[in-house]
Design a protein around this ligand. Structure first.
Ligand code: AKG
Ligand code: FE2
Length: 372
């Protein structure tokens, strides 16, 4: 057993030890509770209402006209700047048809509208290739953690061997073909973005792509946040940075996503039709801290439910993630210990109070002098 499967084994044992069942929040909502059960309530100093919530638009970057050399270099500069300052940006003219995004949203909502029994029957929670997959609560890893006000459906979209389509929703009947199409489009978009982001680091456009080469993993997570009777006391999704290389997200137009920048929380209100992109921990490592994998969270809402559709791209398990040697010199020493992608994924999942803890644990001594 290699270290990544040993770590996964330990994580599964941790899941098995949990006191179950844990109610789905959709069920709690249907019971029309006036108060949130104690396991979801945050200590008062960690409640979202306690922090400043500012509205400032994330950088909006137009991907049109990349064939033109000047336009391309301008876009590269904008992407690099947004990745350094925010770790998040919105893109327009991304090339993915808006009608496809609408279909993806509709079929995802159709699935969440099925009865609880039907959803659980179609997509049972099961050990997947790296962590739990299926519909339900897949991220509760200890009996004493504060739970998030969210249910999710998680499964892989590619590569073929990781897909397990027999566990994808069967209703609506167009689910599979629509997500396969969306998956192809997202892969194309990610390839384009990784090229531009490589250039933004002064590297060859194929640099990141070559590193993650072989068969990168694309994982889908649909987050479903039902209305919450006491939204100020809970996390929709606790503050975290994403584990992989790059994330592509869109939501149903209801505000909820917040991004941390310079110690303030910014509420993200996406431009209609835009996609939100964020840098994951592995790209922060690879860029030697130049691109930021920003902390973000989702807040709950009293009256409306919210859905976000999120695709995560990670390299295969055995790919070693370390700072690109081209980015290291005397003035810029390597900041992080190199780690295999699969091992990092499991370490990340085993941490229940995430924040940037998993990434900080990889910081090298010499990095502590540098302001990361
Ligand atoms: O719901 C959102 O907007 C945030 C989702 C998210 O950060 C995640 O699934 O990693
Ligand atoms: Fe996230």
């Amino acid at each position: 057993m290699d270290s990544s499967s040993a770590a996964y084994d330990a994580l599964l044992k941790q899941f098995e030890r949990l006191q179950r069942p844990i109610d789905l929040v959709q069920t709690l909502h249907e019971r029309q509770l006036k108060e949130v059960p104690a396991r979801y309530i945050l200590p008062s100093d960690r409640r979202p209402s306690r922090s400043l919530q500012l509205h400032q638009s994330l950088p909006v970057i137009d991907l049109a006209g990349l064939e033109d050399i000047d336009q391309r270099s301008k876009t590269v500069r904008q992407l690099a700047q947004a990745s350094q300052e925010w770790g998040f940006f919105q893109i327009i003219n991304h090339g993915i048809p808006l009608s496809l995004l609408e279909s993806v949203k509709r079929i995802s909502q159709d699935f969440f509208d099925l009865s609880l029994e039907e959803k659980q029957k179609q997509c049972p929670v099961r050990p997947g290739i790296h962590r739990l997959e299926g519909y339900g609560r897949l991220f509760d890893i200890s009996d004493d953690m504060v739970l998030d006000w969210v249910d999710a459906l998680i499964h892989y979209i590619s590569p073929e061997w990781a897909k397990a389509v027999e566990h994808w929703p069967k209703t609506p009947s167009t689910y599979r073909e629509t997500y396969e199409k969306y998956g192809e489009e997202v892969m194309g978009l990610i390839e384009k973005l990784l090229g531009l982001l490589s250039e933004g680091l002064g590297l060859d456009p194929n640099y990141i792509q070559n590193l993650i080469n072989k068969e990168p993993l694309l994982r889908l997570r649909i987050n479903y946040y039902p209305p919450c009777p006491q939204p100020d006391m809970v996390n929709g999704l606790k503050s975290h940075s994403d584990v992989g290389m790059l994330t592509v997200l869109f939501d149903d137009g209801v505000d909820g996503l917040q991004v941390l920048k310079d110690e303030d929380w910014f509420t993200v209100s996406p431009v209609p039709g835009a996609l939100i992109i964020n840098i994951g921990d592995m790209l922060q490592i690879l860029s030697n801290g130049k691109y930021k994998s920003a902390e973000h969270r989702a807040v709950a809402n009293k009256n409306q439910h919210r859905m976000s559709i999120v695709m995560f791209l990670s390299p295969e398990d055995d790919v070693l993630i370390g700072a690109a040697p081209e980015l290291i010199d005397e003035a810029h020493p390597s900041l992080y210990k190199a780690i295999k992608a699969g091992v990092y994924g499991t370490v990340y999942m085993s941490e229940d109070n995430r924040g940037k803890g998993p990434l900080d644990a990889l910081l090298l001594e010499q990095a502590k002098q540098v302001n990361v």
